[in-house]
Design a protein around this ligand. Sequence first.
Ligand SMILES: [Mn+2]
Length: 334
Amino acid sequence: MDKKFDIIHGLIDESRKIVLTTHLLPDGDAIGSELALYYYFLKKGKDANIINHNESPDHLRFLDDKNIIRRYRDRKEENDRIIAEADLIFVVDTNEYARLRSMEDSIRKSKAKKICIDHHLGLDSNGFDAYVTDPESPATSEILYDFICTDSPDFIDKRIADNLYAGIMTDTGSFRYPRTTEKTFRICAELIKKGTDPVHVYDMIYNNIPQDKVKLLARFIDSLTFHFKRTLVIGTVTMKDFKEFHSDVKDVEGFSSFLMTMKHIKAGFLIVELPDSCKISFRSKGEVRINEFAKKYGGGGHKNAAGATVENADIFELKDKLVRDYETFISAKR
Ligand SMILES: [Mn+2]
């Protein structure tokens, strides 16, 4: 058994009340990881709660058919009490307290032991009592499969399998992103043996797009501009677009990877206008280390996928600045 897994299993055995949380704007891996652990903890006889900064996006609600996931601000006092009384807190799919957003203070203040299970770079190990982070892993859900199996594979029933599968499928871009390995497929094969229907999970998540979101996508595609011999593409989504198509920032999921589907493109930026800030998603192919570029905007991430938030920025001025800065960035690399 992995030594770090061992420590965490030991802490679970000693605990009674467990809280699970994840990053803002939770994706399939975040929610799949939380729910898989939640149902595992129930089987271990623990009292568990999932509390998130944001509500779950519509296309992932089917995973939480029992409405387990709480949104922090909906019942703030009660949620603060649950967090304060917990003896173990799991932070999954992120290693940064800042990404817990409104919950950061409450979680930090809790006397509970804090555990991080994640696959992003840049862990500050002082922030957690125990952690497993594997940046080579394509999804937190893949790490959790191993984690639960080191206790016993028998814990993985169809419900847990569905959640782990949803996490792995979404974070690998349906098994096509670089960190997808033979092991990923082996794990998914085991999950299918446990009852997961891969066609059903795919249909629920991807063949279920609200028509307004398709209209928003059309507007986004219309916004695309191409630069540097059409190797860089930038797309924008404004508050006006959101209003017109009754959508919000949750609905831009997938837009940044769409940028990378185009021929000749080496890098793509999605800029989303929010009430007091702009959110940038940086994407690249091959050897373009876009996380280095994202650093200029106070952001970070992986070599080919990074993000940043710029406060009080005008979206179109920010776009012009990105083009200028990217020119400097690529000429320095030549
Ligand atoms: Mn993830």
